[in-house]
Design a protein around this ligand. Structure first.
Ligand SMILES: [Zn+2]
Length: 287
């Protein structure tokens, strides 16, 4: 059964480790992540962007696939199914469809409007026993044309959103989605520390986990980050393994064209990436 991310993240924050959010795109992704979490006895958050939800034909399909897979694979570790960077409408659809967690990305609204919409969602998700992630200070990325230093959130604004009763808070601390540019200045630990001082027990979320050096990840965890989002890294690993398989001509040998064979190296590569991240974040054995 899917669970809210609340308990696993509060435990993570208190225990000084982080739970990984791994975004899913299809059956192979979901299966690889769930199996790895179970093997390593780690809690896990499956992230679904609005685009990926659409790609998988809709949120109901996603809920059906994840619930069915958890039952058939005997997954007993805590699993949250979470909407990543949701609009207000997207959050409502996922709540309806049976997700156990949503992120409302109101960072592009003026702070007053972000507060108003987040307040409404706090009420609705609390009634359903779901977790809610809010974002303050937008997190840049190549797709937004942002290069160099990512934005830093205002710690006071973080406190005002945290005080609304959200479960976890994403704040820009110089992090970026996608691959980091050469001239990236690194995470702003000053900002992170200031946010933690003001928000106390609130589990903090680090987006754009791909390509942040290990020592920075560990320092971020020590300063209150309890959830780290990983997306691009699994995509790169999957593409690389699949390309190697095809380039080696293996799809032309015997039944190598069978999708169960063709997609297997990519799925293994996702598993290896998830394992590496769970070990780095410290969530192994914490289910
Ligand atoms: Zn993000």
């Amino acid at each position: 059964m899917l669970v809210s991310a609340k308990e696993m993240l509060q435990k993570a924050k208190a225990g000084h480790y982080a739970v990984g959010q791994f975004n899913i795109n299809n059956l192979e992704w979901t299966k690889a992540i769930l199996q790895t979490a179970q093997e390593l006895n780690s809690p896990v958050i499956l992230g679904v962007s609005e685009g990926a939800g659409k790609y998988m034909t809709g949120y109901k399909t996603v809920v059906g696939m994840v619930n069915g897979m958890m039952e058939e694979l005997n997954i007993t570790v805590p699993v949250a199914l979470h909407l990543d960077h949701g609009s207000y409408e997207g959050c409502m659809k996922c709540i309806e469809a049976g997700f156990s967690s949503v992120m409302f990305d109101g960072s592009h609204y003026p702070i007053d409007e972000n507060v108003a919409k987040t307040t409404e969602l706090v009420k609705i998700t609390a009634e359903k026993g779901m977790s809610l992630e809010a974002e303050v200070g937008s997190i840049g990325g190549e797709e937004d044309g942002v290069v160099g230093k990512g934005e830093c959130a205002d710690p006071q604004e973080c406190k005002s959103i945290a005080d609304l009763g959200v479960t976890m808070l994403a704040a820009g601390i110089g992090n970026i989605h996608g691959k980091y540019p050469e001239n990236w200045e690194g995470l702003s630990f000053e900002t992170l520390d200031a946010i933690q001082q003001l928000t106390g027990e609130m589990p903090l979320v680090l987006h754009g986990g791909t390509g942040i050096p290990e020592d920075m990840i560990k320092k971020a965890i020590s300063l209150g980050v309890a959830k780290i989002n990983v997306n691009t890294e699994c995509q790169l690993a999957f593409a690389d393994a699949t390309r190697k398989y095809v380039e080696a001509g293996k799809d032309l040998e015997g039944k190598g064209f069978d999708p169960r064979k063709l997609l297997a190296p990519g799925a293994e590569a996702i598993k290896a990436t998830v394992k590496e991240k769970m070990e780095l974040f410290g969530s192994v054995g914490k289910a």
